[in-house]
Design a binder for this molecule. Structure first.
Ligand SMILES: [Zn+2]
Ligand SMILES: [Zn+2]
Length: 339
């Protein structure tokens, strides 16, 4: 009984916790921004804008329905798994003692810096390092066939809704939880080592100031059918919703572009930036003939694991000289994604 209550509480938390992407205020502000965009840029009436935003075709599509199922199932899985995972505090503590042990630079070197400076710097670094680690891991997800076997669950969405952000294989969820713990652990330990106990975050409603800003300015529209574009200069710095839509496009020219989560800077620096285009007629998905069949639970949970394991099985046979053909669909998609 208690377990069911925990599941329910976890589900509610996603919408009531300002640290979460689909916190109701962020969703509401995304609707407001989308309405403004449709009225002022697309010249639609208010009524037509609402009709377009709350399109039944999108929110009741096969793709969206599987987003909702994955959201629900993953909440249960994470509830069972997360107590056993490494946390940022464990990593931060281990790293802190490691720095303490090697003492290559004096401990507390900058601890006399003004408090506001320490907190501002920490708040910014916390956000930037986390965002950079998202970029790197996302890039790996596309680069390595065994990771692509998992990440293609996210890319199998043929419509985008704010819930598509949860459409990830649980093993990818695991990788991203560890990534987050590691990125934050590194930032916390480094700052505490150099700046001492004055390290703190500027927060709004408990969320990092920059995460809060990212979310109130329509982060949920990255997974939506509203292709908001930014000015060209701004798309070098921040990923616009339309830029993330291109990341989901099946068109060859959009492959391996716009990996960034909030900042486009990384894409710009590492050569994977693609400026937005009009995304009204964009086809989304994996680009296979049977994309509409990729919404079943078997496709979303079982097949990725088989392909993930199949990749290692294939390597094992290659290593030990057995000639056996192992079906490895992930490689087919992988090659496709590199074309
Ligand atoms: Zn991706
Ligand atoms: Zn996405």
């Amino acid at each position: 009984m208690e377990f069911f209550f925990d599941i329910f509480q976890n589900l509610i938390d996603q919408f009531t916790n300002p640290k979460k992407r689909v916190f109701v205020l962020y969703l509401f502000l995304s609707i407001l921004i989308a309405t403004g965009w449709l009225i002022f840029y697309k010249k639609k009436s208010l009524k037509d804008s609402f009709k377009f935003i709350f399109s039944r075709k999108i929110f009741f599509s096969k793709s969206a329905k599987s987003d909702y199922k994955v959201f629900f199932i993953n909440q249960i899985i994470m509830l069972l798994v997360s107590p056993h995972l490494l946390t940022q505090i464990t990593i931060a503590t281990a790293l802190y003692f490691f720095f303490f042990e090697i003492q290559f630079i004096e401990m507390g070197l900058f601890s006399s810096a003004p408090q506001y400076l320490i907190i501002s710097l920490f708040t910014l670094t916390h956000f930037v390092v986390d965002d950079f680690s998202k970029y790197i891991v996302h890039r790996w997800m596309h680069k390595w066939p065994f990771l692509w076997a998992l990440h293609k669950v996210h890319h199998s969405a043929t419509n985008l809704t704010p819930m598509t952000v949860f459409r990830t294989h649980p093993l990818e969820g695991l990788v991203f939880t560890l990534r987050s713990a590691f990125a934050q652990g590194v930032t916390i330990s480094t700052f505490v080592y150099f700046f001492g106990s004055g390290v703190d975050l500027y927060t709004i409603l408990g969320a990092n100031l920059f995460v809060f800003l990212f979310n109130i300015f329509g982060s949920n529209l990255r997974h939506s059918h509203i292709g908001i574009r930014y000015w060209k200069w701004l798309e070098y710095i921040l990923i616009s919703p339309a830029q993330h839509h291109l990341h989901h496009s099946v068109a060859k020219e959009h492959y391996n572009k716009n990996y960034g989560a909030a900042l486009a800077l990384w894409d710009w620096i590492f050569g994977s930036l693609h400026h937005s285009e009009d995304t009204d007629n964009l086809t989304l998905g994996l680009g296979t003939e049977d994309d509409q069949k990729k919404h079943t639970l078997k496709e979303l949970y079982t097949i990725p694991v088989l392909e993930f394991l199949g990749f290692f099985k294939k390597r094992f046979y290659l290593l030990f000289g057995r000639k056996k053909k192992v079906k490895d669909e992930s490689e087919i998609y992988f090659k496709k994604s590199l074309q």
